[in-house]
Design a protein around this ligand. Structure first.
Ligand code: ZN
Length: 311
């Protein structure tokens, strides 16, 4: 009996081994597929940005261009989607010096009504709503904005989210030291529009990787800051000459910084429509389409850095 049994036992063992092997192979293939699908899913899932362009102070005419270009960058990169907090309609125009009491009353009523619409629009910045986003962009916002939970907003950035500030984002919340501290600088003033040579301080950073060592902009409004300390930020673009007087010095133009576990990117450039938009047919173009394309790469790289998509 024994000699006859041995081959059968051997066959059974080989079959068990084969089944085990095939199970292991299936498990291995499944694991590889899982990793592959997860990687693809992570790569494919775009980040979610919220772009805020509301203003209670000066309102830049370039805001619609900024919104259009950011939407185009979202679409062309495929790296992020963008949702908006637009300016609600109905903000009353300023009162004349000789306004009557009745006109003043009408103005106050219209302003109060509009502020309610603004508060409603800014509900997208509540902690509950921010759970739907990876980053927030303030583009040429101005003044004090009635956002629902100021400390909650800063804590949300600190928790590992992105804040991207463009141009007048530094002319916003002058009365909120926590915001200025997060941003790394506060708008003080600007002179007439000039041509400047921006010195690229970090050709490795995605925001400045596409820019030359000296990036000459043909015409732009250049900001001066208070509460800006180069030791507290990572400079990306600076000037070594004052844009109005030519005095030598260190003048911040764009920088980035960590904020808790979050990341902040700021560029003071972005006043003019033709620095945003590369359309060669734009009337009264002062900046070449190449400057606008370089600026778009600067913005896109800053967003990628702040969202942690690129280092
Ligand atoms: Zn401006």
């Amino acid at each position: 009996m024994r000699p006859a049994c041995r081959p059968k036992l051997s066959i059974i063992l080989t079959r068990i081994n084969a089944v085990l092997n095939s199970n292991m192979k299936i498990k291995f293939v499944c694991s590889v597929l899982l990793v592959l699908f997860t990687t693809v899913a992570l790569q494919a899932a775009p980040k979610r940005l919220l772009m805020v362009t509301t203003t209670t102070g000066f309102r830049h005419s370039s805001i619609p261009t900024a919104e259009k270009i950011l939407a185009q960058l979202a679409e062309s990169s495929g790296e992020f989607t963008v949702d908006f907090v637009h300016q609600p309609p109905g903000k009353p125009a300023g009162l004349g010096k000789d306004a009557t009491d009745a006109q003043k009353d009408d103005y106050a009523a219209a302003e109060a009504k509009w502020v309610v619409s603004l508060q409603d629009a800014l509900q997208k910045l509540s902690p509950a709503s921010l759970a739907n986003y990876d980053g927030v962009v303030f583009a040429s916002t101005t003044g004090d904005l009635p956002i629902p939970d100021k400390e909650g907003f800063l804590n949300w950035i600190k928790a590992g989210h992105a804040f991207i500030g463009i141009h007048a984002a530094s002319d916003t919340f002058h009365n909120w030291p926590g915001y200025i501290d997060m941003l790394g600088g506060e708008f003080k003033h600007h002179g007439r529009q000039v041509s400047v040579d921006c010195l690229n301080q970090d050709p490795q950073n995605p925001a400045t990787a596409g820019l030359p060592k000296v990036w000459t902009i043909q015409q732009e409004e250049i900001y001066q800051f208070i509460n800006y300390d180069p030791a507290k930020v990572h400079d990306l673009l600076i000037l070594d000459k004052h844009p109005e007087t030519g005095d030598p010095g260190h003048y911040g133009v764009s920088w980035c910084k960590n904020y808790g576990d979050g990341r902040v990117f700021y560029t003071s450039l972005g006043h003019r429509e033709d620095i945003w938009d590369a359309d060669p047919g734009m009337p009264d173009r002062k900046n070449s389409p190449e400057i606008a394309k370089a600026y778009q790469a600067h913005i896109l790289g800053g967003i990628e850095w702040a969202l942690g998509l690129k280092k």
